[in-house]
Design a protein around this ligand. Structure first.
Ligand SMILES: [Zn+2]
Length: 295
């Protein structure tokens, strides 16, 4: 939910095989432990990391279950735009912990709140989000510190901004978006995975790339836009993806958060075309809903 009183228009309650697997060859590493990343839908992904399965940003509603986000591009469309690729129980299978980067509806919806077992550990960005989720009945809600561990996996909180500086120059608009986080998953002898979260390209993202040197970088690239701010998307788009690919030349980039909620202005198809024009299509993977990538 873009929950926000002072800025009414923003008030909201907010196949595989298409990817040519042969196009990508994973970077050489010294590690033997593989990482699986499964695109579920939108920003919802499952990461099987070093033997532990995390679910990130679950939006589990059926197609069309909630209205478009008011004050955003194509708000007349209902969300989600598409169904989950398989039943909710399969999404939740073997999940041992959940990471909620922020509590906007397209990352943490009522369906997720209903379906996820109340005793499952939930990692949040701050006390405010933890309180919201505890009040929804969850018993083991944790605030991700600069660095926390779970089952031997280190989770490191990274920064970002859910919009451009121009958008954030207005306090009401800034409050409407609120803080967000990204997360780096790391463990000895495992590949490092960086989930950037709902942020545009920012110094914080660049810093995370330099600091953690991730093998896999997951970006939310649907270029979501608010009405009247078409030039100032609130998450990454084409150019941000290009920036990230340049800044992390040895990483596999995975692009998600497209084709699933109303205010996305960049589709997988359009991003794919752009990547081809830039000749970086082998650097950036665009999984279909349900597709699993192995690193
Ligand atoms: Zn989002």
């Amino acid at each position: 939910m873009y929950s926000m009183k002072a800025f009414a228009p923003l008030l909201v309650s907010l196949s595989l095989g298409a990817f040519a697997a042969t196009a990508w060859s994973a970077p050489e590493t010294t590690t033997g432990i593989s990482v699986k990343v499964q695109q579920i839908r939108n920003a919802t992904i499952k990461i099987d990391f070093s033997g532990t399965t995390f679910l990130v940003d679950p939006m589990l509603s059926a197609k069309g279950e909630f209205p478009g986000f008011p004050g955003t591009y194509r708000s007349e469309l209902r969300n989600p735009l598409v169904d989950l690729p398989f039943p909710v129980k399969d999404v939740l299978e073997s999940v041992e912990a959940v990471v909620v980067t922020h509590t906007h509806t397209d990352h943490w919806d009522e369906a997720a709140q209903k379906a996820i077992p109340k005793n499952l550990p939930i990692f949040t960005q701050n006390e405010a989000d933890a309180k919201i989720i505890r009040n929804q009945g969850f018993k083991d809600v944790r605030v991700l510190e600069a660095s926390s561990t779970f089952n031997g996996v280190r989770l490191s909180k990274t920064g970002g901004q859910h919009g451009t500086d121009l958008w954030f120059a207005d306090p009401a608009r800034a409050e409407a978006m609120g803080p967000v986080m990204g997360v780096v998953f790391s463990a000895p002898k495992a590949k490092t995975v960086y989930v950037a979260g709902d942020t545009v390209w920012r110094p914080e993202v660049d810093q995370a790339l330099k600091q953690y040197k991730p093998d896999v970088v997951i970006l939310n690239t649907g270029s979501a836009i608010m009405s009247g701010f078409e030039e100032h998307p609130i998450i990454m788009g084409k150019q941000d993806t290009l920036q990230a690919a340049k800044a992390a030349p040895n990483a596999a980039i995975v692009a998600v958060h497209m084709d699933a909620v109303n205010h996305m202005s960049l589709s997988r198809k359009e991003l794919r075309g752009f990547l081809q024009d830039q000749k970086i299509e082998k650097r950036v993977m665009i999984p279909e809903d349900g597709e699993t990538l192995r690193f």
